[in-house]
Write a protein that binds this ligand. Structure first.
Ligand code: PDD
Length: 278
């Protein structure tokens, strides 16, 4: 496997970084995960503009132009012969040989990018996933895509322990989002509901694509927060992300959603988005 580290393409075995890297010591780093379908990128521009916003928010200079980022992404897909999967990029605040909280005036980033080949639309998209609910213990700026992922890692471990595949995170009695995806419900009238954008959630690139597709189709999208109780009794529930595209949620905390199988509206959203990707 060929990866990209700080200007060089190399075998993953040769890609090493300093233990003093601020990404390692402080989770001082931004990341993006972009879907690759049929050898093409899904809204790479959207991911790169979110990356710019995250980097600005955490004081790291953007090391490359969008053209250069796109070239690295394409090179990795080509060099690894990847048709379907994701490309992961991470930009950290770099290495200064010491553990100093504030760090230098200007950061010189560490850049790591790799291609992860796997089916995006697999068994889980067909059969659905089960979710647990738990408290959202993340920091307050979830609109920035940083590698502070301990809450999410622990949420996935808790889900697995309970025989589920994902977790819905709850704050002030409302669902913020899923552990690595935006959350949606379909109400009794067939209206699609997803939480409005704010600092509380990540502005998903897949979410944005689906909102605009649905509006084009004349389907009503309501952007508002919902409670876990509303989700359990909703007609349908699904999540959206670059890693799993549209994933039907068929159970929450052990209770079936609807009849416990992916619903018609979710299937329609999947079809619409897959068509737009293809
Ligand atoms: N996660 N919300 C959270 C907390 C996420 O981590 C993600 C993506 C999303 C969906 O965003 P997008 O549609 O832009 O992928 C929402 C990625 C896939 C990950 O961490 O692997």
């Amino acid at each position: 496997r060929t990866v990209y580290l700080n200007g060089n393409y190399c075998p993953v075995e040769d890609a090493t970084i300093s233990p003093f890297d601020r990404g390692f010591l402080f989770a001082h780093a931004a990341y993006e995960v972009t879907s690759v379908y049929d050898g093409r990128f899904i809204d790479l521009e959207g991911h790169l503009s979110r990356l710019r916003r995250t980097l600005e928010g955490i004081s790291i200079p953007n090391p490359y132009s969008d053209e250069k980022w796109a070239e690295i992404h394409s090179d990795l897909v080509d060099r690894n012969g990847m048709e379907e999967g994701t490309v992961y990029l991470e930009v950290t605040a770099g290495d200064y040989g010491l553990r100093d909280f504030a760090g230098p005036e200007t950061f010189t980033p560490t850049v790591f990018v790799y291609a992860d080949a796997r089916p995006l639309i697999g068994d889980l998209a067909r059969d659905g996933i089960r979710a647990i609910t738990l408290g959202d213990t993340r920091w307050k700026r979830r609109d920035m895509k940083t590698v502070q992922l301990l809450s999410q890692a622990l949420a996935y471990r808790a889900a697995r322990q309970e025989g589920a595949e994902t977790a819905f995170m709850i704050e002030d009695g409302l669902v913020t989002e899923a552990a690595s995806a935006n959350a949606w419900i379909v109400d009794a009238d067939g209206k699609l509901i997803t939480r409005e954008l704010s600092h509380a959630i990540l502005p998903g690139i897949t979410r944005a694509g689906i909102v605009s597709l649905l509006k084009k189709e004349g389907l009503e999208v309501v952007e508002r927060a919902f409670t876990p109780e509303e989700a359990v009794s909703a007609k349908e529930v699904f999540t959206t992300s670059s890693g799993a595209i549209v994933a039907p949620v068929v159970a929450i905390d052990g209770k079936p959603v609807g009849d416990g199988r992916p619903g018609q509206v979710t299937r329609r959203v999947q079809r619409l988005y897959y068509e737009a990707m293809g």
